[in-house]
Design a protein around this ligand. Structure first.
Ligand code: MG
Length: 356
């Protein structure tokens, strides 16, 4: 196989802000693996500084993986993920991009979409939420109105005006399912104090109320909580899953955290073995990154795969979440094609529409 990659900048429609800060431009690395017959697979790395990655560390990791990727049999996906984990700790966005490209390549060679390789029924995917980032009240109202088509909203909290944010969003969306994500910003005392507010606004669950390593605090809050607690920043790798079992009710898996499609499926199985609910989330990613995650959506209880829906300039066409419904591409591999505006040619969806 031949490894090539390219760094590109994505822009969100609005500045996307969570408890740790915000931005409106996001750099990702597109990875291409091409085999001897010229068949290629693509994947995306969406590095997060919170997990120690930048586009530069992704490129450095890919260079470290180059000898492995360019010499090994591309069908040995299990070995490749294992070898990448052995070679480098962390660097999960880089690893997941290579993993996605390998699965795309395998699916294309077999003429099957990736979900078929796993024996999944695409109609079993849960609806995806759409995220409302932290913003001043007028912008919050605008964002909720813009999200009119999405039946489930995930509300970013972890500010000094969380109750006000929820009230405003509930006013604008009286009937939608609301979920909240505190992104590790609360103390146990604040989390308990918020329980009544969350119940008043009929919030379905709360994601990562406390600091990532505060397992005791999570257990304390969970024992007193009136709604499920989902771990995100606390649960990064497969090895984290079992220890979350008595601290939370579920886990939020992300490819950019765990480092590969196979690792993610193992985390889902481990979560099930430990009686945990399973959610899958994302970073700000293009449809390339989101589509890789979407192929395992039939295995989830909750999906938060809106990273590309938040973009102003998605360079790819793939999985969509129109009205919250996750439409996983039926084409071989990941089923992702360059967007019309980037490639100067019609997208897959436009071609399908033209073909009737
Ligand atoms: Mg989260």
């Amino acid at each position: 196989m031949k490894l090539t990659y390219e760094t590109r900048t994505l822009h969100t429609k609005h500045t996307f802000t969570i408890s740790r800060g915000g931005a409106s431009s996001w750099r990702v690395v597109t990875v291409t693996l091409t085999d001897e017959d010229g068949v290629f697979g693509i994947g995306e790395a969406a590095p997060s500084r919170f997990y120690g990655e930048t586009p530069e560390t992704v490129v450095a990791a890919l260079e470290q993986f180059r000898p492995l990727l360019e010499s090994i049999d591309p069908w040995c996906m299990e070995t490749i993920e294992e070898e990448m984990h052995r070679a480098l700790r962390g660097n999960s966005a880089a690893k997941s991009a290579a993993s996605a490209a390998l699965h795309d390549l395998a699916g294309k060679r077999l003429g099957l979409p990736v979900y078929r390789l796993w024996g999944l029924d695409p109609s079993r995917a849960p609806h995806s939420s759409f995220t409302i980032g932290v913003a001043p009240e007028p912008e919050l109202r605008l964002k909720v109105r813009e999200a009119a088509d999405y039946p489930i909203l995930k509300v970013k909290l972890g500010t000094d005006r969380d109750a006000d944010i929820l009230r405003v969003i509930r006013e604008e969306a009286p009937d939608k399912v609301l979920r909240v994500d505190a992104n590790a910003a609360w103390t146990a005392r604040q989390a308990l104090a918020m329980m009544d507010v969350l119940a008043e606004h009929r919030v379905e669950f709360v994601e990562q109320p406390l600091a990532p390593h505060d397992f005791r605090g999570l257990r304390f809050v969970r024992e007193r909580a009136t709604l499920p607690i989902i771990a995100d920043e606390s649960c990064v790798f497969l090895s984290d899953v079992a220890r979350m079992a008595d601290a939370v009710d579920g886990i939020n898996i992300k490819l950019a955290k765990c480092g590969g499609l196979r690792e993610a499926v193992k985390m889902i199985i481990a979560a099930r073995a430990n009686g945990l609910l399973v959610m899958m989330g994302c970073m700000i990613e293009s449809s390339l990154g989101i589509t890789a995650a979407s192929h395992m959506a039939p295995l989830l209880d909750f999906a938060d795969l809106d990273g590309a829906a938040l973009l102003a300039d998605d360079p790819y066409t793939g999985a969509t979440i129109e009205r919250g419904v996750i439409a996983i591409p039926r084409e071989p591999g990941l089923g992702v094609t360059p967007s019309a505006r980037v490639a100067g040619e019609p997208s897959a969806r436009e071609r399908r529409a033209r073909a009737g």
